[in-house]
Design a binder for this molecule. Structure first.
Ligand SMILES: *Cc1c(COP(=O)(O)O)cnc(C)c1O
Length: 398
């Protein structure tokens, strides 16, 4: 039986301007410090003042990626960053191995095909993690060294699953010649992504996720091995030719007009992140994942991601006997908290709680409480009243 939640939900009792709380995996909430930094007048992008910002943010980005290599900034979303990363290190007809266990894994398969790459796909069911052993086997079988790159998503936002990027990148390293191209859009700034230590070659990310910024910037980090491949790459590119960005970055500049105000935001956001520290940021995200999961389980809402493989950025929930989309709408209507829905075949079956970026314990506790209160109001709560909040609070107390 699927219950119609929206018609039963009471309307928002106090509709208030500016109260919307974003609990989606992008765009994520933006701190006032960052918003204020952005509100300054734009300055000339060839000025010494702007060069200072480029220099500073470049250093900050290297810190975030845990690399001494290049991290380049593009005007575009995360997909632009991934597209740039892929087309700068590969050539027409190259064989790539793509991991696909969700919407984003699927996207990189489509992108690779659009550029005429030959794609071999390693799949896992949605909700399950990619199996590193499958990558090891495929890479070991490739004695002719035809595989030029392995492309995969670290945190699969559509299902709330975190893939074992470290293990898979390790198998790629053993292969010797293939590159690891990783979508770290919802893992960077949420959990450990030590680019150099794991031997990642291309890392793509976007500003509206873990960066605590509005949408608009894409980031591509490149290893030395990736640059060597760039030298051989023949896929067409112009605006996304990363060689141009690398050359300009050496002079603390950009090849084209950068998103000047988003650079202000970037500097402010990364400064906040540096103050908090990587370890503290990762611990906060892990705690929020645990708390969101505990809250859901305690009120009888099953988690969608396989146990032990939940992303620190997002918790996907698959209620039984309740239309997830209607529940999500009821929470929005009643509490002005925006949760994410399910994508593709998961629409109506799954809702997702984003806890990525500028999210504190209070936000997670409030989201869990709002979901619980909505269920209780609808008579759909399956546990003891308040059990979700109690479990969430207990998990936050560690
Ligand atoms: C958001 C996201 C992207 C990028 O999407 P854009 O809309 O282009 O910013 C890529 N991968 C994952 C896993 C994401 O969550």
């Amino acid at each position: 039986m699927v219950v119609d939640c929206a018609s039963a939900a009471p309307p928002l009792d106090t509709p208030m301007q500016d109260k919307l709380t974003l609990m989606i995996p992008g765009p994520t909430p933006v701190p006032e410090t960052v918003l204020l930094a952005m509100s300054r007048h734009p300055i000339g992008h060839r000025s010494a003042d702007f060069q200072k910002i480029v220099k500073r943010t470049t250093e900050q980005l290297k810190w975030l990626h845990q690399t001494s290599g290049d991290v380049l900034v593009l005007a575009g979303s995360g997909t632009a960053a991934m597209e740039a990363g892929i087309i700068n290190v590969l050539s027409k007809g190259d064989l790539v191995l793509c991991g696909d266990n969700g919407k984003f894994g699927e996207r990189w398969v489509k992108l690779a095909k659009a550029y005429g790459l030959e794609v071999q796909v390693i799949k896992a069911e949605w909700g399950q993690p990619l199996d590193p052993e499958a990558f090891r086997a495929a890479l070991e079988a490739d004695t002719a060294k035809a595989i030029r790159a392995v492309i995969l998503t670290h945190s699969e936002t559509s299902t709330g699953v975190i893939n074992d990027l470290e293990a898979i990148a390790g198998h790629v390293k053993n292969h010797g010649t293939a590159l690891t191209i990783a979508d770290c859009v919802t893992s960077l700034g949420a959990c450990n992504v030590p680019m150099e230590a794991w031997g990642l070659d291309v890392v793509g990310s976007g500003s509206q996720k873990g960066y605590m910024m509005p949408p608009g910037l894409g980031f591509v980090a490149m290893s030395e091995k990736a640059w060597a491949a760039y030298g051989r790459s023949d896929l067409p590119k112009f605006y996304f030719d990363l060689g141009k960005y690398r050359k300009s970055a050496k002079a603390d500049s950009n090849p084209f007009t950068p998103a000047v105000n988003l650079y202000y935001a970037l500097e402010a956001a990364l400064e906040m992140m540096q103050k908090e520290g990587l370890e503290a940021i990762f611990a906060r995200h892990a705690r929020h994942r645990d708390a969101a999961q505990a809250g859901m389980v305690a009120m009888g809402l099953p988690l969608y991601a396989a146990e032990g493989h939940g992303s620190p950025a997002i918790t996907a929930v698959a209620p039984v006997g309740i239309d997830a989309e209607e529940l999500r709408k009821a929470v929005k209507q009643r509490f002005d908290i925006l949760l994410a829905g399910g994508q593709d075949h998961l629409k109506g079956k799954v809702f997702r709680i984003g806890h990525l970026g500028f999210v504190c314990d209070r936000d997670v506790l409030t989201a869990v409480a709002a979901i619980e209160a909505t269920l209780q109001g609808l008579g759909l709560h399956q546990g003891q009243a308040g059990a979700g909040v109690a479990a969430c609070a207990a998990a936050l107390a560690v």
